[in-house]
Ligand binder design. Structure first.
Ligand code: CP
Ligand code: NVA
Length: 308
C-alpha cells in the first residue's frame, strides 16, 4: 500500500486484512497498550475543513504506537493557494513520514499523493471518506462477524461522500447495500459504476430507491449522515425542506430487522437526520463506531508503514 485514498482501490482480501489488523491492534491496546510500531514516525495532518474525530483519532493512533502527529490548519497551509499542491507535497515529504489530508476537492488529495514521496491518507473529500468506511466496516464486523456475507446495509439520506465509502466497503465484503435518497441527491454515478463492478465479483447487491421505508425492510444496518455536508452550507435551508421524510426515527427503525444497528459517522444534527430517541436508544452504535476510527486508522497506518 502506497496511499489510502479510496476503499475501492483495494481488493476484498486487502480490506479483510486491514480489518484483521484493526481487531488485533484494538485488542492489544486494551490489554497492555500498543507496541511502539510507529516510533520515529510523524504524521502530517492537513485540514481544509473542521474535524473532531478524524483529527483526534489520527493523532492518538500515532501516539499510542510511539509516533507523533502534526496538525496543519487551513490557514497555515493554504493548499493550492499560498503554494501549489505539488510543492506542498514535495516539501512535507522531507519532514514527515506520512500525510493525512482532509480536502474539499477529491482531485486535490490525488494530486498530493502524486507528488508526495510519503504515503497519503484521504481524511475526507467531497467524493468519499475511506477512513470512516473502514471504521464502519469494523463496527459491523464486530457486531455480525467477519463471515457476514449477505448482510443488508441500508443508507437513508443524502448520497454523499460517506455513502460512497460505505457502498464500496459493503460491496467488497459481500454485503447488500441499499440507498434511499430524494431525487437530486443520488450517489455520484462514477462511484456507483465502481461499486457495481465490485458487487458483480462479490455477488453483493446494490439497490437505489427513493422510499426510505422500502430501503430499511430486512435491514441489519441503518446508516444516515448529515443532510448538508461541509462545503454545502449555502444549501442548508433548501435541504431542510427536502430531507425530513428521510429522518431515521423510532418508526423507521421498527420497520427493520429486530436486531438492526443504527449508525452515523457524526457529527449528528440531532432531531434532523437522526432523532435523540434513536441516537441514544438500544439499536444505536454511534459511539463505538466513532471510537473505532482510532483502531481502523492504526491498521491503515500500520499497513502504509509496513510494520504490521
Ligand atoms: N466522522 C468524522 O469524520 O468526523 P470529523 O468530521 O469530526 O472528523
Ligand atoms: N458528509 C459529511 C461527513 C462529515 C464527517 C461532510 O462531508 O461534511
Amino acid at each position: 500500500m502506497k496511499d489510502f485514498l479510496a476503499i475501492s482501490d483495494y481488493t476484498s482480501d486487502e480490506i479483510k486484512d486491514l480489518l484483521d489488523v484493526a481487531l488485533k491492534l484494538k485488542k492489544q491496546y486494551f490489554k497492555k497498550g500498543n507496541k511502539p510500531i510507529f516510533q520515529g514516525k510523524v504524521l502530517g495532518m492537513i485540514f481544509q475543513k473542521p474535524s473532531l474525530r478524524t483529527r483526534v483519532s489520527f493523532d492518538m493512533a500515532m501516539r499510542h504506537c510511539g509516533g507523533d502527529a502534526l496538525y496543519l490548519s487551513p490557514n497555515e497551509i493554504g493548499l493550492g493557494k499560498r503554494e501549489s499542491i505539488a510543492d506542498v507535497a514535495r516539501v512535507l515529504s522531507g519532514y514527515v513520514q506520512a500525510l493525512m489530508a482532509r480536502v474539499f476537492d477529491h482531485e486535490h488529495v490525488i494530486e498530493l499523493a502524486k507528488w508526495s514521496d510519503v504515503p497519503v491518507v484521504n481524511g475526507l473529500s467531497d467524493y468519499n471518506h475511506p477512513c470512516q468506511g473502514m471504521a464502519d466496516a469494523l463496527t459491523i464486523v464486530e457486531k455480525f462477524g467477519m463471515k457476514s456475507k449477505g448482510l443488508n446495509v441500508s443508507y437513508v439520506g443524502d448520497g454523499n461522500n460517506v455513502a460512497v465509502s460505505l457502498m464500496h466497503v459493503s460491496a467488497l465484503l459481500g454485503w447488500n447495500f441499499t440507498l434511499a435518497s430524494p431525487e437530486g441527491y443520488d450517489l455520484n454515478p462514477k462511484a456507483v459504476e465502481v461499486g457495481e463492478k465490485i458487487a458483480k465479483k462479490t455477488k453483493s447487491k446494490l439497490t437505489f430507491l427513493r422510499d426510505p421505508h422500502e430501503a430499511v425492510k430486512k435491514a441489519h444496518v441503518i446508516y444516515t449522515d448529515t443532510w448538508t455536508s461541509m462545503g454545502q452550507e449555502e444549501e442548508t435551508a433548501k435541504r431542510e425542506k427536502v430531507f425530513p421524510p428521510y429522518q431515521v426515527n423510532a418508526q423507521l427503525v421498527s420497520e427493520a430487522d429486530k436486531d438492526v444497528i443504527v449508525m452515523h459517522c457524526l457529527p449528528a444534527h440531532r432531531n434532523q437526520e437522526l432523532t435523540d430517541e434513536v441516537a441514544d436508544g438500544p439499536h444505536s452504535v454511534i459511539f463505538p463506531q466513532a471510537h473505532n476510527r482510532l483502531h481502523a486508522q492504526k491498521a491503515i497506518l500500520a499497513r502504509l508503514f509496513d510494520v504490521a
